[in-house]
Design a protein around this ligand. Structure first.
Ligand code: NI
Length: 144
């Protein structure tokens, strides 16, 4: 489904003139967008989109600001057990992944929990590779 944002009443936001972007989203993402709107008590999907970008920005900032050696827990939820993308990444970074656990949630999705001990540059690469697949429904790095 293509959502074309009509921002005619909304082209100035918090004092800033805004660009208009058309986005194609699957129904599942539209439902998530509506959930963000409701959860954060926002006015509309445009506000929900801004909130989603701010949340992603905060997470990216945390990851970009990592420095030196980092240790923590990486949690990933993904859908297709038979798709080997996660396993390939885990093998590529076996020197950084010290322990891993794989199990299945009641929804049938896969849950991977990994203890990572890595230089921050490698950690950023791991996160980037996981994100670039677009296959992680959930990705969280908790740094100790
Ligand atoms: Ni699995």
């Amino acid at each position: 489904m293509l959502i074309t944002y009509d921002l005619s009443d909304d082209t100035v936001y918090e004092g800033a003139v805004m660009g208009i972007v058309s986005v194609s989203l699957p129904d599942e993402y539209i439902q998530q967008l509506d959930l963000i709107e409701n959860t954060y008590g926002l006015r509309n999907r445009s506000d929900a989109m801004r909130q989603a970008i701010r949340l992603a920005e905060a997470e990216m900032k945390d990851h970009l600001n990592m420095s030196g050696h980092v240790e923590g827990v990486l949690v990933i939820v993904h859908a297709d057990h038979d798709d080997t993308w996660m396993s390939r990444i885990q093998h590529r970074y076996e020197d950084q992944i010290r322990m891993q656990l794989h199990t299945h949630l009641s929804s049938g999705r896969c849950l991977d929990v990994m203890f990572v001990s890595s230089e921050s540059e490698d950690m950023r690469e791991i996160l980037k590779e996981i994100r670039s697949t677009g296959k992680a429904d959930y990705l969280k790095l908790v740094i100790s």
